[in-house]
Design a protein around this ligand. Sequence first.
Ligand SMILES: [Fe+2]
Ligand SMILES: [Fe+2]
Length: 257
Amino acid sequence: MKLLIIGDLVGEPGREALAKYLDNKRELFDFIVVNGENVAGGFGITPKIASKVFNLGVDVVTLGNHTWDRREIYPYLDETEKMIRPLNFAPGTPGKGYTIVEKNGKKLAVINIQGKVFMPPIACPFLAVDELLPEIKKITNNIIVDFHGEATSEKQAMGWNLDGQVSLVYGTHTHTQTADERILHRGTGYITDIGMTGGHDGILGMNKKESIQKFKDGLPARWSVCKENIKINGIIVDINEYGRTEKIERLNLHISI
Ligand SMILES: [Fe+2]
Ligand SMILES: [Fe+2]
């Protein structure tokens, strides 16, 4: 099974870059999974933008700490099977933390969890995922985990915690791709962060001027999406018949739109 997994799409440049990339490559992948927490101008996602992302051929959208930025998405999260938010948000919040999609006779489970370190307070991602896994493993061994977190140590700990239990643990949220992709001892693919899809000549996909100013004066800033040096960031992963990673390859590609 070949998967394309794309790091946080930031605004329209991110979406357009993905559209251009997929134009002649969509058929190469069994499933396409995208982190969409920043696709609405950098903050959250709306149902209208979600449908544009799904129309590109995306199978599952994962989210993160920006899940709740746009209220329009709350009811949508309860209606769709294709968009998930971190599993370890408080019980009763809209949506769910995992999904199982099926296409051409193949099944893929996608789990979204969020870190506790240097992040807004949230329930423990380790306990949440450990509790969920036995249920999912009754249905499929093809299981990938988007760990949305800031701290490298916490992400590495999650990788080893789930080694041999899931197909892949990949990080999102920092918007900076790490060069540590590997296959752990028991066959779980791992990378600390798959990076960001959008303008790379700003700060985390937003224009640099406002960000630099905010670091200087601490006053509220009005962010805008960066449109310079647009790149696709993500990974391409081959998963074998036992649900283990055979190959993990980084994608870091300049796209002119
Ligand atoms: Fe993000
Ligand atoms: Fe995030």
